[in-house]
Structure formats: structure tokens, C-alpha cells
Ligand binder design. Sequence first.
Ligand SMILES: [Zn+2]
Length: 435
Amino acid sequence: MPRILTGWQPDAGLRAAARSRAVLLGALACAAPAGATDLAIVGARIIPAPDAAPIGNGVILVDDGRIEAVGSAGEVAVPDGVPRLEVDGQVIVAGFWNSHMHLLGEAYKDVARQPAGRLAAVLQEQYGHWGFTTVFDLASFGGDAPALKRRIEAGEVRGPRVLSVGMPFFPLDGTPVYTRQLLEEAGVPSPEVASAEEGRARAIRQLDEGLDGVKLFTGAILGRDGVKLMDAPVAAAVGRVARAPGKPVFAHPTTVRGMEIAIDGGANVLAHTTPADGPWSDGIVARLVRDDVAVVPTLAMFEIEIRREQAPPAVVERFVGNGQQQVAALAAAGGTVLFGTDAGYVEAFDTTRELQLLAATGLDWRQILASLTTAPAGFFGEGAQRGRIEPGAVADLVILGASPEQDATAFADVVHTLRGGKSIYSREAGAGPSR
Ligand SMILES: [Zn+2]
């Protein structure tokens, strides 16, 4: 049957509603009486969570941005008059987290003054299109992230929920080689930290501005000059400020020594694996697990970077293979893997390659789904609200065109992305290329 909801992207959807009998947008736009169901999503196979049994011919009821009920069509009745999104043959999973991206690039410059429609279109193409309902910006220019967060949370710009660390902390004389041009063009002084006291004061200021964590470059890549490590007391001073109120401390480690400085300093998320430094030993993996340090692999980004240097295929394979060994060893030891792409730093928003590389490490589709949903939600303290499709949870949902149970790249085959029960991406609205 034809899907009732044609053109369910905000603008196109409103136009469609105005000229046809499509009622959904109208129903969503009118304030529904409290307690009334706003939307029923029917017909899909529902995978409520990585550790839950899939539900065939499922129904999800959404009320006021939250999941009211979930179950099979035989268990959950759709009340009369409720707008229906018919998604027969499709698969629903919880909204994805991208735990490493950047609000960098033309679209986010002077973000407070960018037209709302343009920002929404960019966010839709870069993140909604790939199922992300929450994104963690791991370094952008001061002020951009708070301004974008405000506009999204006010409902003025439609997009994923944005969390951000704002400006990162670089070691003294340790501005990473690949950030120099960016900083110069923006006319922004490098965020190097000269002392523990300076780091502490800036961390307090940034968290007061409403940022959601901090990021330490404990091992900064200087190109021919090697790797500049952060002084341990500086890392510890910044780390303490963020960890006290329970905010995450991300680290860019580059080497195993950079990892150790990070963990000693209280970092609890490695923003990358460390493929340049060879495979991880059992000892370092055990330390990550014992200290509950999560890792964002960013394997596809490393592949892009090493290819950019025109490395021969055997070198590319060994380099990316190191990262894959690290992910496999961490997962086998029970550690936490968080999905992230470093999008915005690399112009690669399509998640397919990262999914392929993760699957090739031996992670199964449930572990990959966990890295996209339950693992970040739990790790960042929102496990009761997000990451699973269950009554009471926020209605952050991804509707896939195929099932990831056969092939994990189906997590990139996104038909609709809903954040809090509202569309932030719909393939049918012509919001992106069909696959
Ligand atoms: Zn990054």
C-alpha cells in the first residue's frame, strides 16, 4: 500500500499536507490534547535494542515526543484517528549517536546568523540522512556549538541533538599540524595550554558556557616533528574539572603513551584508536576495561588519511588493520566501543565504510547496534531515556530499508530519522539520493 506519509520532511511535508489529504503534519502541528497519541508507526520489524528479540509486524505509539507503547500489531492497538506512518517491510531501531564529529566547515561559520532552513538542510544531509539523532562535536570554534544548540533546542532549526566540547586543549607547542591552517584562516589563536592552572580555568569557563565535556590532545601530531605529548599535570587539571560534575573527558591519544597520559588524567573516552602505534597489548586493553574508558574507532577516517598520503595498499591495510585489531581486542575483553566518524574533519558523512570496517573486525550486528545506541546512551548517562525502543523513552527512531541482521551496512540504509517523534530526515521527501 502507498505510504500515507508522502513528503514528511518538515517543509515539503507541510506543503504536501496543505495540498492533499495527508493529515499527519497537520496533526503533529496542532497541539494534541495531553495524553493523546500523536503518531502510530506500523508494519515494521522492530529491533528494540541489541539484546532484545526483534518484533515482527510491530507498532510504536508516540505521545508528546516519547514512546507510549511498543509491541506487535496483535499486542498494541492503534487508537482511532491517530496519524499512521506505514512502514511495511522496513526495520526500526533506536536513534543513532555519532560520538565523534565536528561542527566545522562553511555551513557552521557564524552559525548564529545562518538562515535556519539552510542549517537544517545541512544537518539533514550530513547527520539525519545517516540516522543520527544525537551527535557529539569533539572540537569546533568557540561559540558555534552553543549557538547551534540553542537554535535547535528552541525548535528554530530542525536537527539532531548536539552535544559539544567546544575548543579542545592542545599541549604547549603542540598545535596539531592539520589544525594550523584552519585556525589561521579563522583568525583564532591556537588553544594550547601553558599550565595546569590555565587549563583548569579554561575548562571551568567552557563548562559554564554550557558545553558537555572537554577534549584533551594528550598526543598531538606535529608532522615531521613527531608527536607532542601533553604534560600529565595539565591533562589531570582539565580532567578533574570535567569529571567532577560527571562530564566526559575525551582524548586524542595518537600513541599508547598518549593513552596512558589521558587515562591517568581522568579521560574516559578515546576519540580514536591508535593505528600508527601498532597493535594494542593485553595490558593496555585490560587497563581500558578496568578504568571504563570507551573508544571511538574512527577506522574509515584513518583509511582516508593514510590514502591521502598515497601509501601503498599493503601499508594502508596494515595501518587500518592495527585499528581493527584494537577494536576487536577491546570488544573481546568486554570494553565499550562507541560509533563515530570524525565527520566534519573528513568530508565523509556516509557511514557505510565505517560499518564495513567494524564488521570486518568481527563485531556482529548487535555489537555494532550497541555502539550506535545503548553503549553511548548508557556511557553518557542517558540509558534510561535513550538507546532503546521502550515505553517512556524519547522517540528517537531510525527506520531502515533493510535489516542489519543480515548485513550491518543496512544501518546506513536510512529511510526516516525521527528525533523526539519528529522527522529530521525522510528519503521520500527527496532530501537525499536514494540508495
Ligand atoms: Zn576529530
